[in-house]
Design a binder for this molecule. Structure first.
Ligand code: SAH
Length: 348
């Protein structure tokens, strides 16, 4: 009987990662095992990051052997590169052979993982490498959770923060992203406030996310101070006027009681002029917000430039004069092509 179960599960791509404690308990009982094995399985999956049921030493030998091939939902590391700043970029091979990227970013006190939410990206923002390769498919919740466990295992250190800023648009895959967020919080044990979901905005999705009242950080990729400029940089903005996006953000703040962070990629002479900073301050009036400026990281397809430091300083000063808190994110991992906007699966 058991080899059939293993075969069937592979065919249906039914995996164990992503299941809750209750679901795992029901699953072990279906396999004629006592309920308490569900708790054991849960701990070995999420806390020990086990890669095969055969490695769960507290399970009976015979059952471990029979279930050795049962898919847990783990990827394999296809390639890993380490940048001089210790950032590690991973190309991970999924069960269907597709490759995605995840990045591990260590600091003195933290280990942050930048996860992908899709294979490729449908949004096609002009300055981002991921969109240039097109879109293949959404990731399932377990494929997102796996990225965090993989980085945790490789660093031999607990992950403290997760940012959904890898390949893909999280709000275009909202159901799986929400399931992953909940599991990372409840099962892997990462604080909700240490989870950041970044979106360029899809009509109605921020509103949908708000209904879950998660205590996560929502980061919105604005990148422009007016609608015309935004449309020039972000094709999907044509169907989503800036005012509507900002209204949805206000609604999010009201429903969740959480702040929204805005991200703004700085492109020299395109959106980094003093009048852009002034216009942006106007847009964000009334928001208790934080703006994250990201000096552009070069990609080969387009010839945008990163602004000079003094221009970034001037942009920052104008926002700060309008009482907006600002941080400048000099992306880590540039040398490993692992910085924001540089992720693409074809780089091996
Ligand atoms: N799709 C989501 C998350 C992915 S990217 C989003 O758009 O928010 C995470 C951040 O990196 C986004 O703010 C994105 O605009 C930014 N980014 C993309 N390309 C970049 C580049 N070449 N240089 C710097 N930041 C970039």
């Amino acid at each position: 009987m058991t080899p059939q179960i293993v075969k069937q599960s592979i065919k249906n791509s039914e995996v164990l990662l992503g299941k809750s404690l209750a679901e795992l308990t029901a699953w072990v009982q279906e396999q004629d095992q006592p309920a308490y094995r569900g708790k054991q399985l849960y701990q070995w999956l999420y806390q020990k990051g086990v890669r095969s049921l055969s490695d769960i030493s507290v399970f009976p030998k015979k059952w471990r052997h029979e279930m050795a091939g049962y898919p847990l939902g783990r990827s394999t590391i296809h390639y890993r590169s380490v940048a001089p700043d210790a950032t590690r970029k991973y190309l991970l091979r999924l069960a269907d052979g597709l490759i995605i990227e995840a990045v591990g970013i260590p600091t003195a006190k933290r280990l942050t993982v930048c996860v992908s939410s899709q294979v490729g990206c449908p949004m096609d923002c002009d300055f981002c490498a991921t969109g240039k390769g097109g879109f293949t498919r959404n990731l399932k919740a377990h494929e997102i959770i796996d990225q965090v466990l993989t980085v945790q295992e490789d660093f031999e250190q607990r992950v403290s923060n997760v940012v959904f800023m890898g390949m893909g648009e999280p709000m275009a895959n909202i159901d799986h992203v929400i399931a992953a967020v909940k599991s990372l919080n409840q099962d892997v044990g990462i604080g909700a406030r240490s989870l950041t979901v970044s979106t360029v905005g899809i009509p109605g999705k921020i509103h949908q996310l708000a209904q879950h009242k998660l205590q996560i950080v929502l980061a919105v990729s604005l990148h422009a101070s007016n609608q015309a400029l935004r449309e020039q940089l972000i094709p999907s903005a044509k169907k989503y006027p800036l005012n509507n996006l900002l209204d949805e953000c206000r609604d999010y703040v009201e429903v969740t009681g959480r702040r929204v962070t805005f991200e703004y990629v700085l492109l020299s002479r395109v959106n980094d002029l003093p009048e852009n900073a002034r216009e942006l301050s106007q847009c964000l009036k009334g928001f208790q917000t934080h703006v994250n400026l990201i000096p552009y990281n070069p990609i080969s397809e387009v010839d945008y430039q990163r602004p000079q430091k003094n221009r970034i300083r001037e942009f920052t000063n104008i926002l700060e004069a309008a009482n907006i808190t600002v941080s400048v994110r000099y992306s880590r991992g540039l040398e490993a092509d692992a910085a924001c906007g540089q992720l693409r699966a074809s780089k091996v």
